[in-house]
Each structure stands twice: as structure tokens, then as C-alpha cells.
Design a protein around this ligand. Structure first.
Ligand SMILES: Cc1cc2nc3c(=O)[nH]c(=O)nc-3n(C[C@H](O)[C@H](O)[C@H](O)COP(=O)(O)OP(=O)(O)OC[C@H]3O[C@@H](n4cnc5c(N)ncnc54)[C@H](O)[C@@H]3O)c2cc1C
Length: 464
């Protein structure tokens, strides 16, 4: 269905028509801060289905649109740029393949080995001994994954609109009037009235701004895609590398990830964004020999949210994926959480609206989506936040992290949590050993840290 038909349908359904775009002035807009929904908004819809707009066709938006359309809600999925690839490493957990029925032929590489490399170049092999024979980390191209998920949403009944959402009119408080989505399709201005909105428009979310969802701090991630000579690419065939140290990031890690026919070499930081190019030089220096002869084919940068937004539901608008702030600290992982939050939000709306037959309210969205999400994942997010603060903040912590990663039990627990998205339940005795090892490592690494500091100071003295 095209947008004009959708708009005509809107008016047939006796929604209040939106004023023409040029007459809309800022002071005439309802104040988003006063947005509230009355109990009457939970009433049964007569002669039509609930209508939802999903803004953003990444993993979060497509998964939300698929769940909504499959559940009987009239769904419109907006994506401004379907052919562009989101800057991303493209690593997903194994459980996502089954849970989201991702066809195996979409996977470019099966990563079965990881190396983590400390500031003093202590290298630990992660995975070669601990991964089971059927386990691996799937690596995909985002343009391939995103277009597959969007097509599936469409085949489940979602109407896809290639268009840029430019503004949203928010209805008066205490009203069940529609939201009006202003957008452009091929430079033509269009509008669509809907009952509710799922904001899946990524880290720079316009939807979040419009509903005054509050800010979050972001890391900046910078990445170069480098095409390597064949023999160098062979080294990264099934291997991903993570580097930690003040030279590559003051508070995150740097990486070399194998992609379909090249590697992505990048780094991220929250606290020193202005130095990101210096950190990128740092990681290039560390892997200099391994990428020698490589040709940079693309340079990209993008924000990564650091924590959930203060408000993720307001009125009949819910945020999902990066727009909501669902990226884990420590790993910077967001694809699975985007798809999962989109799916959970879509299913929650279907449930609350009884298959698109009833209007939903802010309370419905909070109860069926937010509460369930927080129950399932808030501990995971908090735990990884703590790990990042302990291990990424100084070279002492980073040395400790790498040393701990050498422990097979730690590796197994990490893979169980990452690959299957369950907080792993371990064995008491091994857990106790792990805690004691952690303390031991810290004490030892304090010495290593001091030694490194002394080394650095003496190097300075020699050089200057
Ligand atoms: C360099 C880098 C590497 C990463 N590597 C990994 C990794 O290996 N594994 C992992 O799990 N995570 C990784 N992440 C995080 C991951 O990319 C995100 O968490 C994930 O893309 C979030 O999905 P999303 O659907 O919420 O948002 P996005 O993927 O950002 O999708 C949002 C979509 O909304 C569209 N849009 C935005 N505004 C509008 C508008 N006004 N109108 C219409 N459409 C709009 C955009 O075009 C975009 O397609 C990485 C991030 C970065 C920056």
C-alpha cells in the first residue's frame, strides 16, 4: 500500500486530519512534556485495526514491524536509506540464528578463535579449547541481515515506506487523537496518522527527542575496513582480535574483526572522543605487521549508546534498540538486543491490543513491554557495566582482564552468557576458585601495572 492510499485510509477512519505542514509552527505543537493518555484510550476500535508506525528499518525496527504485522496490527515501517550499510562489526550471538530464524547462508564467517591482547602484549587464546565443535560466532554484513529482516516483516504484512521521517505531531494530553508522521518520499512531503509509534531510529533518534525521552552518554566508534592481501586475510579467516590498552582506548577495546572479504579495524571511547583518531593510529600500530599491504576501502564512525534512556515509553510511543539505549557495556553488543527489544515490544502491543482490536495506553506499554524487558535484561546490563568499570579503566585492570581470560572456566562462562544470552549458572567450587583467582590476579597485576608505569617513566627520561 502506498503512502497516499494510507493517508486516504486515515481520513476515512475519521482521524483528525493533520494541518498542512507549512502552517504548523513550533508554539502550536502540543507540549510533549504534558503527554498523558486517559483510560478511555483503552477502548475497543470499531471497524478498523490498530495502526502503528515503526520508524527505522534496522534489526530493532524490522523485528518490531514483523511482530506487529504478524499479530494483526496495521503496520508501517519507515526506513530512510535501505541500501546503506550501518557501520558495525556484524557479530551476533549463536542463539540469534535459531531465535530469529536467520538462514545460515547469510553468514559470512564462523569465528571460532578469539585473541585478547593486553597492554604489555600478553596474548590469550579465547575459544580454541573452550568452544564446542558446533559453536561459533556468526559474522554477517549488516546490509544483508537488515534487508533480510525488512523483507520478512513485509512478507508478514508490514507496509514498507522508503522515506525520511522529518517530524512527528504529538497529540494533546488526555487525548486519543493520532500521532502524525511527517516524512519525505523522493523529496515529496507526505503525512500519515497512526495510533502509536515504535521508535527504532538508532542512536541519534529523532523519535526520542520528540517525546523528550532524555539523553544518554554515547561512545564513539571508529572503524576502517581494510582489504588485505590473501595470505594476510587467511590469518583472520576464523579469528577475531581484541586489544586493550591506553594506546588504543582509555575506556573500551579496539578490534580486528573478519568480514566477508576484508577486516574491520576499529576502536571506541566515551571519555576522550576528541582523541579517537589517535587511538585508531594506536590500533593500526599494534597490528601493523598483520595488516601490511592492506588497502583501506571504507572509513566510518558512529555513536554507541552507553545506557538506557531515562524514559523509553511516553504516551503511545515506545523506544527500542539503540534508540532506547540497549547496547551492553564491555562488548558494545547491540544487534541481538535491538532485534529482541523490537520483537518484545511488537508482541507486547499485539497482546495489549488483543490482536490490533483495542487502543493501547502508556500503562499497557510500560506493563507489557518495559517491565518484561527490565525483568529479563537489567541485571545483564548492570553486570557488564560493572565489568567495564573494573577492567577497562586502567592498564592494571586490563592486564588483570587478559590474565583472567586465560582461565578455561572463565572462558566457558563468558561464551555461555554471550552465545546463549543467559546469565550462566556455574559450579560453586569453580565460582569460588574464579573469585580467588580474580583477587590473586589483581594483586599480581598491581605489580605489573607499577612496573609498566616505571618502565614508561624511565623511557620518557631516556627519550627527553
Ligand atoms: C562501529 C560499530 C561496530 C559495532 N559492532 C557490533 C557488533 O559486532 N555486534 C553487535 O551486536 N553490535 C555492534 N554494534 C552495535 C550495533 O550496530 C547496534 O546496536 C545496532 O545496529 C542497533 O540496531 P537498531 O535497529 O536499534 O539501530 P540501527 O541499526 O542504527 O538502525 C536504525 C535505522 O533507522 C533509520 N533511521 C534513522 N532515522 C530515521 C528517520 N528519521 N527516518 C527513517 N529512518 C530513519 C536508519 O537509517 C537505520 O537504518 C556496533 C556499532 C558500531 C558503531
Amino acid at each position: 500500500m502506498n503512502t497516499m492510499a494510507a493517508l486516504a485510509l486515515t481520513q476515512n477512519l475519521r482521524f483528525t486530519p493533520a494541518p498542512p505542514l507549512k502552517t504548523l509552527k513550533q508554539h502550536q505543537r502540543p507540549n510533549p512534556k504534558t503527554l498523558k493518555i486517559t483510560a478511555s484510550s483503552s477502548s475497543r476500535l470499531s471497524g478498523r485495526k490498530l495502526r502503528a508506525a515503526v520508524i527505522g528499518g534496522g534489526p530493532a525496527g524490522s523485528s518490531a514491524a514483523e511482530a506487529l504485522a504478524a499479530g494483526g496490527v496495521e503496520t508501517y515501517l519507515f526506513e530512510r536509506s535501505p541500501s546503506t550499510a550501518k557501520p558495525c562489526g556484524g557479530a551476533i550471538p549463536l542463539c540469534m540464528i535459531d531465535e530469529f530464524s536467520i538462514p545460515l547462508h547469510l553468514i559470512d564467517r564462523h569465528v571460532t578463535r578469539m585473541k585478547i591482547i593486553s597492554p604489555s602484549n600478553l596474548t590469550v587464546d579465547f575459544g580454541s579449547k573452550t568452544l564446542k565443535s558446533h559453536e561459533y560466532i556468526p559474522m554477517l554484513r549488516r546490509e544483508v541481515l537488515d534487508s533480510f529482516l525488512r523483507s520478512r516483516a513485509q512478507s508478514n504484512g508490514a507496509n514498507f515506506i522508503t522515506g525520511l521521517v522529518t517530524d512527528i505531531e504529538v497529540p494533546d494530553s488526555y487525548s486519543s487523537k493520532p500521532y502524525v508522521i511527517h516524512h519525505t518520499v523522493n523529496n515529496c512531503k507526505r503525512s500519515l496518522a497512526v495510533d502509536l509509534i515504535v521508535g527504532a531510529d538508532g542512536a541519534n533518534s529523532k523519535v526520542a527527542k520528540i517525546i523528550d525521552a532524555g539523553n544518554y552518554s554515547c561512545a564513539i566508534a571508529f572503524q576502517e575496513r581494510i582489504k588485505l592481501p590473501d595470505e594476510k586475510m587467511e590469518y583472520y579467516h576464523n579469528l577475531a582480535e581484541m586489544y586493550v590498552g591506553d594506546d588504543v582506548s582509555p575506556d573500551f577495546y579496539a578490534w580486528v574483526f573478519p568480514k566477508c572479504d576484508h577486516v574491520a579495524v576499529g576502536t571506541g571511547t566515551v571519555c576522550a572522543k576528541q582523541n579517537i583518531k589517535g587511538y585508531q593510529r594506536g590500533i593500526r600500530e599494534r597490528v601493523r605487521e598483520k595488516i601490511k599491504g592492506g588497502k583501506v576501502i571504507k572509513v566510518e564512525a558512529h555513536p554507541i549508546p552507553e545506557h538506557p534512556r531515562p524514559r523509553r515509553v511516553r504516551g503511545r510511543v515506545a523506544l527500542v534498540g539503540d534508540a532506547a539505549g540497549y547496547v551492553t557495556k564491555c562488548s558494545g553488543e547491540g544487534i541481538y538486543f535491538a532485534a529482541k527489544s523490537g520483537k518484545m515490544c511488537g508482541e507486547a502491543i499485539v497482546k495489549a491490543s488483543e490482536g490490533g482490536e483495542k487502543m493501547v495506553s502508556e500503562e499497557d506499554l510500560k506493563r507489557e513491554y518495559l517491565r518484561e524487558w527490565d525483568k529479563k535484561y537489567s541485571n545483564t546490563f548492570r553486570f557488564l557495566d560493572l565489568l567495564q568499570r573494573v577492567f577497562y579503566g586502567s592498564d592494571v585492570g586490563r592486564e588483570a582482564l587478559v590474565e583472567l581470560c586465560g582461565d578455561e572456566y572463565v572462558q566457558r562462562m563468558t561464551f555461555d552468557s554471550y552465545l546463549y544470552k543467559k546469565l550462566a549458572s556455574g559450579h560453586r567450587w569453580d565460582d569460588l576458585k574464579m573469585v580467588l583467582n580474580t583477587f590473586g590476579t589483581f594483586m599480581k597485576c598491581k605489580v605489573v601495572g607499577r612496573e609498566m608505569e616505571a618502565l614508561r617513566l624511565s623511557a620518557k627520561r631516556v627519550l627527553f
